[in-house]
Write a protein that binds this ligand. Structure first.
Ligand SMILES: Nc1ncnc2c1ncn2[C@@H]1O[C@H](COP(=O)(O)OP(=O)(O)O)[C@@H](O)[C@H]1O
Ligand SMILES: [Mg+2]
Length: 259
């Protein structure tokens, strides 16, 4: 004899419940696994972000140290040496010197003092360009470009199409970024011309910088980044800006966007 109708219904109900239970269990397990994976991914992204921030901080500290070492060296070798020599000259001044000898010594010492004044001016100019403070970013870049053009090694054209002014606090960072880009062109590119353009797009400031030198290989750019390029990134992170290296037939081209 077969099972009764009730037993069959009961069996179907039990099987149905088991299936529903298994289904809900797999949904729960899937959800937990998915959540875990999501969390792991978030953690990974966070780690990449903090590693990057750490790297930028390290670069900034390193370059500050490098800058201090350079200034200390300039002060020691330049100003220090000249002060020592000047002191020697002054030590030679005694009451039994002839007027000619006295004149010669004061002339030489005066010359050293003049050199020292120039040295100190150059060092302080390097630390914080006076023209930047007095006249602003565009004039400071113009003056930098003029100084380099005067050397006759390279031809830099600078076009300012900006309509908004930039806050004073951002000017030094932008100036240093452009200075590093020019230094890199002079150091690495073997270029003959450079084009620098500044303009506004909406509320953003755009800097387009290009040279016609050897160019930068985009593929191994991340390995090549030295203190200079990392410094640019670190300065841009302060400005919440971005830098993009763009494809170019000859030379290199970057676009910097500062909101
Ligand atoms: N304008 C450029 N043209 C060609 N190569 C460049 C240019 N700018 C940078 N580079 C390359 O990128 C590298 C990293 O530059 P950077 O970070 O400023 O370090 P550094 O100037 O101290 O070598 C350089 O060593 C150079 O090989
Ligand atoms: Mg450099």
């Amino acid at each position: 004899m077969g099972e009764t109708e009730e037993a069959i219904t009961l069996r179907i109900i039990i099987i149905g419940m088991v299936v529903i239970f298994l289904l809900s269990l797999s949904v729960i397990i899937f959800f937990i696994v998915y959540q875990r994976r999501l969390l792991a991914q978030q953690k990974k992204h966070q780690k990449i972000e903090t590693d990057y921030q750490k790297e930028l901080l390290k670069t900034s500290i390193l370059s500050q140290e490098e800058e201090r070492t350079r200034i200390a060296k300039e002060l020691h070798d330049d100003v220090g040496a000249m002060l020592t020599t000047t002191k020697l000259y002054f030590g030679q001044i005694t009451s039994n010197l002839s007027p000619e000898e006295l004149e010669s010594i004061t002339k030489k010492a005066g010359g050293f003092l003049n050199d020292m004044i120039n040295s100190v001016r150059t060092i302080s100019q390097d630390l914080r360009p006076v023209i930047l403070e007095k006249l602003g970013l565009m004039e400071a870049i113009q003056s930098l470009v003029q100084t380099i053009n005067d050397s006759g090694k390279i031809k830099i054209s600078f076009n300012d199409h900006t309509v908004h002014t930039i806050s004073k606090s951002k000017e030094l960072n932008l100036y240093r970024i452009i200075q590093e880009l020019i230094t890199n062109t002079l150091k690495h590119a073997e270029a003959s011309t450079v084009k620098i353009e500044l303009k506004n797009e909406g509320d953003s400031l755009i800097v387009i910088y290009e040279d016609d030198g050897k160019g930068l290989d985009q593929k191994n750019l991340s390995h090549k980044k030295g203190l200079g390029l990392k410094n640019i990134e670190s300065r841009l992170s302060v400005l919440s800006g971005t830098i993009n290296f763009q494809e170019k037939q000859l030379g290199m081209k970057v676009k910097i966007i500062c909101p």
